[in-house]
Design a protein around this ligand. Structure first.
Ligand SMILES: Nc1ncnc2c1ncn2[C@@H]1O[C@H](COP(=O)(O)OP(=O)(O)OP(=O)(O)O)[C@@H](O)[C@H]1O
Ligand SMILES: [Mg+2]
Length: 338
């Protein structure tokens, strides 16, 4: 059996408290495990500050984990030496949120898009490089001639296509997209999402697609992972997870969705459950907001597990069986203490 395209094993990133995260640290990411198959789109959702970008940076090897592994086709990225990692980068690339800030305004598009090629091969032939840039610009719906223009000559949607072209120029197997469509207006967003679907279909590119927009996940993702305060609380096929959430937090996100806007959602209680001595990092982090919380949720951290009746789905909640049995009968969320 071949290894999956991407596998995260127990991935953690703690800030402060030294690299061991022993004392006073903040767990931006905590023991996240998931698998992304070839040519699939895996969505990551969760509120602001839950660790999505931290996860993206680790997968793109732009940051180093406190613990755990990032395996690309079975190979641990953080076990590679710098040269081997640089070579391996052709297989995974990243697209950021801001189509304005992520492109150097002083460089022509051709040079911007060709940049990852330089990292791989410092002296590629000019003709080969230009041909590849033209090809990849056309593959994202721009023109070969756009290589000669500057970023300010393009709209936000076109700039995001340029950023995607840059990510695709090495022919990656995986693209990590961190809020890549969030800054775009709806019609442009739809075009870029269609491009993502095309790239998956036509070129077999897989995406780790990070967004706070459940509608985007619903539209394009095969699987979804829901994060809360650095932990993955639920993963499964996107359609099933949204139809029948197994974690009360997923359900809360879905209920909040018609009102949209993260600004309108109850604020996450950030550092409180996570700061301080790891010995006290115990229990379910969602407990203060959970309508189903019991004494067990305080005493015992729920670990991700599967439910035999629902293959392919994983959930970290003591009440998953109750959620599976009666997904539509949750009591209303408790009022927040100030
Ligand atoms: N360099 C850093 N030093 C200290 N703490 C950090 C650092 N980077 C991130 N954090 C903290 O880690 C947590 C997760 O941050 P992250 O940027 O991953 O969240 P996010 O889910 O991407 O949020 P958003 O939706 O707003 O982009 C936050 O509490 C943040 O303050
Ligand atoms: Mg982020």
């Amino acid at each position: 059996m071949t290894a999956p395209l991407l596998e995260l094993r127990n991935l953690s990133r703690h800030y402060g408290g030294g690299l061991t995260g022993k004392a006073g640290g903040q767990r931006a990411l905590d023991a996240v495990s998931l698998t992304v198959e070839r040519a699939s789109i895996f969505g990551i959702v969760g509120e602001s500050g839950c660790g999505k970008s931290t996860l993206a940076r680790l997968v793109a090897a732009l940051d180093t984990p406190t613990q755990g592994e990032v395996l690309l086709e079975g190979e641990d990225l953080f076990a590679l030496n710098a040269r081997a990692l640089a070579r391996r980068r052709r297989d995974f690339q990243m697209v950021f949120q801001d189509p304005y800030g992520s492109l150097d305004p002083r460089q022509r598009v051709g040079r911007i898009v060709a940049e990852p090629l330089h990292v791989l091969d410092p002296r590629p032939s000019k003709a080969a490089r230009e041909a590849r840039v033209a090809e990849v610009l056309e593959s994202v719906g721009l023109r070969a001639g756009d290589a000669a223009r500057f970023p300010h000559e393009f709209s936000g949607g076109q700039r995001q296509r340029i950023a995607i072209a840059r990510a695709l120029v090495t022919g990656p197997k995986l693209v990590v997209a961190d809020e890549a469509v969030s800054a775009l207006d709806l019609s442009v967003q739809a075009q870029v999402l269609n491009l993502v679907l095309d790239l998956r279909e036509r070129d077999g590119v897989a995406f780790l697609f990070i967004t706070h927009n459940l509608g985007v996940v619903d539209a394009i993702c095969d699987r979804v992972g829901v994060m809360y305060l650095g932990r993955l609380v639920e993963t499964g096929p996107a359609a099933e997870a949204f139809e029948r959430p197994l974690h009360p937090y997923t359900r809360l996100l879905l209920e909040a969705e018609p009102r949209l806007d993260a600004a309108q959602m109850p604020p996450p209680r950030r550092p409180a459950p996570f700061a301080g001595d790891p010995a006290t990092w115990q229990g379910c982090a969602f407990r203060p907001r959970c309508p189903l919380a019991t004494e067990r949720c305080r005493a015992e951290t729920p670990l991700p597990r599967d439910l035999p009746s629902l293959p392919g789905r994983f959930v970290a909640c003591h009440h998953a069986e109750a959620m599976a049995a009666e997904p539509h009968r949750l009591p209303p969320a408790k009022a927040q203490k100030p």
